[in-house]
Design a protein around this ligand. Structure first.
Ligand code: THU
Ligand code: ZN
Length: 134
């Protein structure tokens, strides 16, 4: 569970960072923001590359920024696109998120029309492969 204030802040940050998306090949701009269990916020955008396969996803970049700041416990992640209905993180990003899930993570998918969907991460990635499996 997150508060209305936390949700608003996640939306605000995802909107800001999405403006920095580097998406000249697909023109599909993605902004992701996350809230750690300790109450800190981080964000990331997609960064495409002429070599295509080296493209990095917004969610992964947000996670990398949090980890670089020493934060490894995620409470919520919001992803903002223009897709209708709002699109949830892709399968590769779900695997990246599984690494830092503490069993309580909430995933929010929002779009530029103001629509928002929410689900527990565990429902998005059933039988997830994570550190607890090793
Ligand atoms: N993208 C993300 O940033 N996150 C996802 O989970 C899905 C895809 C990006 C990658 C690429 O720059 C663009 O969206 C189209 O696939
Ligand atoms: Zn992805």
């Amino acid at each position: 569970m997150i508060t209305g204030k936390e949700k608003s802040e996640l939306l605000r940050l995802a909107g800001l960072v999405r403006r920095h998306a580097h998406a000249p090949y697909t023109n599909y701009r993605v902004g992701a923001s996350l809230l750690t269990s300790g109450g800190k916020y981080f964000s990331g955008c997609n960064v495409e590359n002429a070599a295509l396969t080296t493209t990095s996803h917004a969610e992964m970049n947000a996670i990398a920024t949090a980890v670089a700041a020493g934060e490894k416990s995620l409470k919520a992640l919001l992803v903002l696109t223009e897709t209708d209905p709002p699109a949830f993180p892709c399968a590769i990003c779900r695997q990246s998120l599984a690494e830092f899930d503490r069993g309580e993570m909430l995933i929010l998918a929002a779009n530029t029309r103001g629509e928002i969907r929410e689900t527990r991460f565990a429902d998005l990635y059933p039988e997830m492969f994570g550190p607890h499996k090793l």
